[in-house]
Ligand binder design. Structure first.
Ligand SMILES: Cc1cc2nc3c(=O)[nH]c(=O)nc-3n(C[C@H](O)[C@H](O)[C@H](O)COP(=O)(O)OP(=O)(O)OC[C@H]3O[C@@H](n4cnc5c(N)ncnc54)[C@H](O)[C@@H]3O)c2cc1C
Length: 516
């Protein structure tokens, strides 16, 4: 195995991680999760940084932690029946950030994750500029920079006729290291969760992993906590319940808290196939056209894949995240082998004139073939209540994928996940809401969320529709590669979502696109 392959093996670690749990009950519950580490763990210095020093004016944080593969010590499991200000269900980036932000506000938080770290998550692995401000604020950016990652300086867009345009990310953002990174989610999420564990426990809260939330507790339409157990649905471990003034749903697109809120309490639809996207991902080594650990990520709207798109995102030197995404309702219209994103991807890699050449010496990372779904934040046609759908109620707020906030053009969901996590912390006051997070405040959260993200999500939705028109894309990409203003416009659109508005201004379109 090449050094690169060996290194990557240690990132991915696909094998099943045996876990077991021991309990002593009743009264105090003691749980030990025994894990068999699969990889050689480098030296970890678990020295902690006080969470209250985390702001932009604070002196630089000294991180000695370089390892991100080993187990995370989350401490003791709280007693059955314990009460918290905030319970966060799901320890992905949105949940880790929500737990951190609420703990930084002085709340006693319980953060619960179903998996045991380190765990994989199917994604394109790009962590954009919007995410990085939160990643920095939470003290995770320096950790990321100390682990292998790819620095994104540009995005290549390709159209069906083979035209490509390279859109540079703003130079000043790149120089400040705020433009964007890509790195395996297994690695990124580990650092977010580890930091959240430090922040939450130092503020007097608790963190549990390997705990599956199976039931969301409700009293007269108000969510009051959760119950669940260790070891997955079929496990016979004892059920533990915890209560809180606020429960945050952060468990991704099938979040039990969001499902309870949206379908259970309000009888509204949780999913909409016109706004959910299927995604398929593989990791490859040795793909042609990628050198070093800095450069472009690539998105291609190619024949045979449109109305979906094909991406190539390097995640570190020599390793590329390769995938395909397509809106589920469009996927259903496909016939035969085209219905399968996996088969579509195989077809592109083996038969497309450009990509078969680039993949001729490449090798797939075994076990990396996985699919997942992206709940888009595009506006629904006739929403029964709030846009993109109901995300909060009495006793509850949802964040990230649980709130259906993925950008429908770029597929980026981490940024809005982190933003919604922070926003949720600004709407909760542990003293004023001690008797339960009130419905009126939930409405304010939903209103602010859509006021903040509605325009960009709507613009991205329009763009997502436009890229399906092959001829238009051929022409647009061709022209963008020749005309500087169009390249600049694309840069603006990607780096600054506000600039997307310009795309729908008739005068701007006339002067930029139609004039020679
Ligand atoms: C193929 C694909 C490509 C993508 N590419 C990108 C990209 O390049 N950049 C980008 O920004 N976004 C991308 N996204 C979107 C991105 O992955 C999500 O928006 C992001 O993961 C949302 O984070 P989250 O924390 O809200 O949810 P998740 O990351 O899904 O985390 C949810 C967590 O909750 C846990 N959980 C689930 N159920 C329970 C339960 N019952 N009890 C306890 N815990 C539970 C899960 O184990 C998980 O750890 C992509 C998505 C896909 C599918």
């Amino acid at each position: 195995m090449s050094t690169q392959a060996a290194r990557f093996e240690s990132i991915i670690g696909w094998h099943h991680i045996p876990t077991s749990a021991s309990f002593s009950s009743p009264g105090r519950v003691v749980c030990t999760i025994n894990r068999v580490p699969l990889m050689m763990s480098r030296d970890i210095d678990y020295e902690r940084t006080p969470w209250h020093s985390l702001n932009d004016n604070a002196p630089p944080i000294e991180f000695k932690m370089e390892a991100w593969e080993g187990p995370i010590d989350t401490g003791e499991v709280p007693e059955d029946g314990s009460s918290f200000d905030v319970i966060v269900v799901g320890g992905g980036p949105s949940g880790s950030a929500a737990a951190s932000y609420h703990a930084m506000n002085g709340c006693k938080v319980l953060l619960i994750e179903k998996e045991v770290w380190p765990r994989d998550k199917v994604c394109g692995d790009a962590v954009g500029g919007k995410s990085l401000s939160h990643v920095k604020e939470l003290g995770v950016k320096e950790m990321v920079e100390k682990t292998p990652h790819f620095m994104v300086d540009s995005i290549v867009f390709g159209s069906a006729n083979g035209n490509t345009v390279k859109v540079m990310l703003p130079q000043d953002e790149f120089e400040k290291k705020m433009a964007g990174y890509s790195l395996p989610r297994k690695q990124f999420d580990y650092m977010m969760f580890k930091r959240a564990t430090e922040i939450v426990t130092e503020a007097g809260g608790s963190v549990i992993q390997g705990f599956d939330v199976k039931e969301v507790l409700e009293e007269g339409g108000k969510i009051t906590g959760i119950s669940g157990g260790f070891g997955g649905r079929s496990s016979d471990s004892p059920t533990l319940s915890f209560t809180s003034s606020l429960t945050i749903g952060a468990a991704g697109y099938r979040c039990p808290v969001a499902t309870k809120l949206v379908e259970g309490i309000h009888g509204e639809p949780m999913r909409d196939d016109d706004h959910y996207c299927g995604g398929y991902r593989e990791y490859w080594e040795g793909v042609g056209g990628f050198e070093g650990n800095q450069g472009p990520i690539e998105i291609h709207f190619i024949e045979g894949v449109i109305p979906g798109y094909f991406w190539l995102f390097p995640v570190q030197e020599g390793v590329v995240n390769v995938g395909i995404g397509m809106v589920i309702s469009e996927q259903r219209k496909q016939t035969g082998a085209s219905k399968s994103l996996k088969k579509k991807q195989r077809w592109v890699i083996e038969n497309h004139p450009v990509f078969k050449e680039r993949f001729k010496d490449a090798k797939i990372v075994d076990g990396s073939q996985k699919g997942w779904q992206l709940p888009f934040g595009s506006p629904r046609k006739n929403p029964p209540s709030f846009q993109p759908r109901r995300t909060a109620g009495a006793g509850v707020m949802c964040v990230g994928d649980a709130a259906s906030l993925v950008d429908p053009f770029s597929g980026e969901g981490i940024g809005n996940g982190l933003l919604s996590a922070k926003m949720s912390s600004m709407h909760f006051d542990k003293d004023a809401h001690a008797e339960g997070f009130p419905e009126e405040q939930a409405i304010e959260y939903m209103t602010e969320l859509w006021d903040t993200l509605g325009k960009e999500l709507t613009n991205s939705h329009r763009l997502q529709k436009v890229v399906k028109w092959k001829r238009l894309m051929n022409w647009f990409v061709g022209k963008s590669s020749r005309k500087k203003e169009m390249g600049d416009m694309l840069t603006g659109m990607i780096a600054d979502k506000e600039a997307q508005k310009a795309l729908w201004s008739p005068w701007f379109l006339f002067k930029t696109i139609l004039l020679p």
